[in-house]
Design a protein around this ligand. Structure first.
Ligand code: 57M
Length: 358
């Protein structure tokens, strides 16, 4: 909004030129979302408590018994602060901004439906897996339709670390894109089982994609770094920065011991939008690197279930997803969280190295 209102005044007052810079507006979006979260957070958590949005805790991990009643659906705070910040600082005539918001809010709506169902039943039983998947598929298909009608749509995949090698998926790019968003959404959801465990790596991914998207939308940098140039997409860096700010602001309250959980409204929306950011930045496969922790958590579940069926009842891990395995081995929760964060920062750096190592 500030861009649309104030940057035209730059012809008369040169100070207003700053509103033209994506870098300036991205920093402002980060700070706005962060400050808004920290200011609104306590009121929001008190409001969730009044509405009795307390988490129902399953009994299979005894260490979590003390978490009973912690308010959930903190993802609504992320959604509110991120959307306000983007509306204030982004160019509202840019179609990529609206598409990204649509994906974020769309996946969030599916999560909200699940959270509300759980709360209504006063237990951990939300909507059926099939209904959840159907909702995610509808949002992901709508997102892919938007993407295809963009001016600079291409169905090629860059292969990380290989120069001049790309794979043209043709029409298969559509189901691939849908899969990427739905998989990312569910992977973040599976990871969201310890305080700060999902939001930490999401913040790292937000920073990495802010850099990728900025470069993809910058003619000179994109050419220099051999990245596909997509005019206009750089504006989405403002969204990524707001995501980092909103994430940090949420972490303020979700840090161990958590005062609030994000709920499915948070995990599904964040995961889904990370998938869309990977598509927009033309770094689809790099998502598996920067989100390597989410991939590892998901693989641990697939391996656990497959091994259980194959051996007729034996377990590979003490419990899946992976963080439960370490918990049951007696590693303190805060240590698991910080080690997972360190891993995700290292993966973020590896992902960024894709830009130079080819
Ligand atoms: C999300 N949700 C947390 C909170 C959060 C197929 C199977 C692997 C599915 C998986 C599952 O249900 N995953 C969905 C996990 C829950 O957190 C709520 O859910 C939201 C995210 N959707 O925002 O509202 C609990 O996680 C803890 N938590 C924190 N801090 C946070 O910041 O401590 C969450 C956020 C909260 C709280 O205790 O109540 C969850 O774990 O339920 N299922 C599982 O993860 C289960 N694993 C399992 O059954 N493994 C089996 C098979 C199927 C692979 C096995 O290993 O044999 C575990 N879930 C729980 N206990 N609760 C089992 C142990």
């Amino acid at each position: 909004m500030f861009y649309n209102l104030l940057s035209p005044l730059a012809t008369d007052i040169s100070l207003f030129n700053v509103f033209r810079y994506i870098t300036f507006r991205s920093m402002a979006a980060l700070v706005t979302a962060l400050v808004l979260s920290i200011v609104c957070g306590p009121h929001f958590i008190a409001w969730l408590r009044r509405l009795k949005c307390g988490q129902y805790i399953l009994e299979d991990v005894p260490a979590h018994a003390a978490k009973a009643g912690t308010p959930t659906m903190g993802g609504l705070l992320i959604m509110f602060t991120l959307c306000v910040s983007v509306l204030l600082w982004a160019d509202l005539t840019n179609p990529y901004i609206w598409q990204t918001m649509l994906v974020f809010v769309g996946f969030g709506a599916v999560g909200f439906w699940d959270d509300m169902t759980k709360l209504r039943h006063h237990q951990n039983k939300g909507i059926s897996a099939r209904a959840k998947l159907a909702g995610q598929l509808v949002v992901a298909c709508a997102a892919m339709l938007c993407l295809v009608f963009n001016d600079h749509y291409t169905s090629t995949l860059a292969i990380p670390f290989l120069k001049d090698v790309s794979l043209n998926l043709g029409h298969l790019y559509l189901p691939f894109g849908v899969f990427l968003m739905v998989a990312a959404s569910n992977a973040v959801n599976l990871t969201d089982g310890l305080d700060g465990l999902a939001i930490g790596p999401t913040i790292v991914a937000g920073i990495v994609f802010a850099i990728f998207i900025y470069i993809t939308g910058h003619a000179v940098f994109a050419r220099y770094l051999l990245v596909d140039y997509v005019p206009g997409v750089g504006e989405v860096a403002v969204f990524c920065a707001a995501l980092v700010g909103a994430g940090l602001g949420f972490l303020w309250f979700n840090a161990y011991p958590a005062q609030v959980f994000m709920g499915d409204v948070g995990s599904l929306s964040l995961g889904g939008v990370l998938g869309y950011l990977a598509l927009l930045s033309k770094q689809e496969l790099v998502l598996a690197v920067v989100g390597g922790l989410f991939v590892a958590e998901t693989l641990s579940v697939i391996m656990q279930v497959s091994y259980f069926r194959w051996t007729g009842g034996k377990r590979l891990f003490r419990m899946a997803p992976l963080h439960h395995h370490f918990e049951l081995k007696g590693v303190p929760e805060s240590k698991i969280i910080i080690r997972f964060w360190i891993t995700s920062i290292m993966l973020g750096l590896v992902a960024l190295s894709v830009l130079k190592l080819r």
